[in-house]
Design a protein around this ligand. Sequence first.
Ligand code: ZN
Length: 397
Amino acid sequence: MSCANNPAIANFVEYLQIPSVQPNINYDACVAFLKKQAASLNLAVTVHEIVPKKPIVVLTWTGTDPTLPSILLNSHMDVVPVFEKSWTHPPFSAHIDKDGKIFARGSQDMKCVGIQYLEAIRKLRAANVQLKRTLHVTFVPDEEIGGHDGMMKFVHTAEFKALKVGFALDEGIASPEEEFILFYGERSIWQIHVHCTGKTGHGSLIHLNTAGEKLRYIIDKFMDLREQQKRILESDPKLTTGDVTTINMTQIYGGVQSNVVPEKLSVVFDMRLAITVNHEEFENMIKQWCREAGDGVTYDFEQKNDKVDSTKLDAGNPYWIAFKAAADELKIKLDCRIFPAATDSRYVRQVGIPALGFSPMNFTPVLLHDHNEYLKADVFLKGIDIYVKLLTAVANL
Ligand code: ZN
């Protein structure tokens, strides 16, 4: 059978061909597609609209013991924008080339995973398997723009609580090597604007107490810390970006005219705080830098995430033990890491639910958000079998 005729691939292709691309997505086609999938799987389907036009689709396979905490299998329906001219094949064509590479925006991030959950369930049902715990397969909107109208709000609703989730799976990332990458935590995002004010005047004079001098002090402090974190990362090959605090200067603004010393100059830093960072101490350090820079230096946060506990990978987390045992049986190697960016898992962990980020894509270049994003058909199909085993293990716990 050629790979386009494989029903799982056909479903994947159909989902990839829906251009659920940011911004201002109309999710109707995704919802219709998922309802059709639910019908073909004979699964109950519910659509929650916590925010109008931002549907959360939940497909449910009730377990033999529905009193047990359930398993949440989450994926997001949206994909990031494309620069179509840079693509070899149109990004919503899901073209399959002679090597079996399926080209489409969302092929890695993360329509693959959503379909793999469903196809794994299809296999289990075809084999008349009954699982103990209920599986809820959720398809959420707007993860790529922060999940504010999706998972962030959903986890605080009565509808979510009614799902009685005990453990969740969500997205990971491709791995070019044999090992699969598994994420058990995420860093906290802090985006800060530091405002430096000072003496204004003619650009030809030497004024005292200027915004520019204070701005330089602030930039030096943040960039020195960046340098220090960079050295830590480079010093140990075992460390990944998720293990350190990253700091990037992303914007500078202020001033009115080239010959006028400005009253105010501002600088923006995007920081991702390592899970080991004490948030209070970190903010106190910033306060101290602002005081040292001079009077009239203030800051405000565009985004400031609270600390979220990582998911435990030890005997205290029975879901992890079951997951790991199944992975061992499959002889798949897991590289357990802290996610460098942010996913919807952080909202799930925030309400105290253990969550792992895992996308079964090994021997695959990391192409999320990149041009010519693709996933090979054989990797996609193997991922379904991996989920058959993993879902069975965690749902029968
Ligand atoms: Zn994603």
